[in-house]
Design a protein around this ligand. Structure first.
Ligand SMILES: NC(=O)c1ccc[n+]([C@@H]2O[C@H](COP(=O)([O-])OP(=O)(O)OC[C@H]3O[C@@H](n4cnc5c(N)ncnc54)[C@H](OP(=O)(O)O)[C@@H]3O)[C@@H](O)[C@H]2O)c1
Length: 254
């Protein structure tokens, strides 16, 4: 399958496709000619995204990525309807940011790890198995990391730990996928305006204890970047991309 074939009818799975970055990427892929499986826990927003696509182009599947049986059912459905998978955008995530380290509840830690890390692993493994077994063999996995894969915000240990772990997952899949023609890259996003990032516009704690409103960027810029990564031939890979609001506090120690 060539890059051109993939961009005209390749099969993609987007997790967390009902809102924010996942929704923007799913819509951009659909507009770009991909057929797209849409996963998330709530079916209504997935159905809404699917309605904007032509008949048979989108497949909404209610899925909890943190549960192995739910992810297994998702891949069984993709196999049944599309018969292959060319792209996984591993995007579903929760933040859990805002509690001092000493007060983080075990349930919060567990929920963030289960969703952001275990969910990404389960979906990557489901895609990897299909990509390995299908003909033509191979595909691409794009993991959604974060600026928090590089540097923490205050009071963000569960989120920051899982996003650092995503970098390890990306590197492992890149290495283990080589022999099956599976490419894996990571996009690290900073301050795209979504529900999850909305608090930045109201002001969020900074490293020096001040509260500051932060610059944001349009989520469509992220969708364009993912589309660029997705459309490359499998012989080429964007291993890591950082895309961020230009003036957000990250470089320059703040
Ligand atoms: N916005 C940013 O600036 C930014 C920056 C860095 C990284 N990110 C990353 O981008 C990803 C998407 O974030 P967003 O900003 O677009 O936030 P969002 O609008 O809150 O999207 C999160 C999505 O994940 C889904 N989700 C949550 N838990 C799930 C589960 N257990 N199973 C399946 N789906 C689940 C949610 O749908 P349901 O509730 O229906 O399940 C929702 O559609 C996250 O991984 C986040 O860490 C965002």
């Amino acid at each position: 399958m060539t890059a051109n074939d993939r961009a005209n009818g390749g099969i993609a799975l987007v997790t967390g496709a009902g809102s924010g970055i996942g929704k923007a990427v799913a819509l951009a892929l659909l507009q770009g000619g991909w057929r797209v499986a849409l996963a998330g826990r709530r079916i209504e927003p997935l159905d809404e995204v699917a309605r904007s696509a032509g008949a048979g182009r989108a497949l909404p599947v209610a899925t909890d990525v943190s549960r192995p049986e739910s992810v297994a059912a998702l891949f069984a459905r993709i196999n049944e309807v599309f018969g292959r998978i060319d792209l996984l955008f591993n995007n579903a995530g929760v933040s859990g940011i805002g509690t001092g380290f000493e007060d983080i509840a075990f349930e919060t830690w567990q929920n963030v790890v289960d969703t952001n890390l275990t969910g990404s692993f389960l979906c990557a493994q489901g895609a990897f198995k299909m990509m390995k077994d299908q003909q033509p063999q191979g595909g691409r996995i794009i993991n959604n990391g974060s600026i928090s894969a590089h540097a923490p915000r205050p009071n963000s240990a569960p989120y920051t730990a899982t996003k650092h772990a995503i970098t390890g997952l990306t590197k492992s899949i890149s290495l283990d996928g080589r022999k099956y023609n599976i490419a894996c890259g990571q996009i690290d996003i900073g301050n795209a305006l979504t529900e999850l990032a909305a608090p930045m516009r109201r002001g969020v704690p900074q490293a020096n204890g001040e509260i500051a409103v932060e610059p944001m960027m349009d989520v469509r810029e992220v969708a364009d970047a993912v589309l660029h990564m997705a459309a490359l031939p499998l012989s080429t890979n964007v291993q890591f991309m950082t895309i961020m609001a230009t003036k957000m506090p990250f470089v320059g120690r703040g």
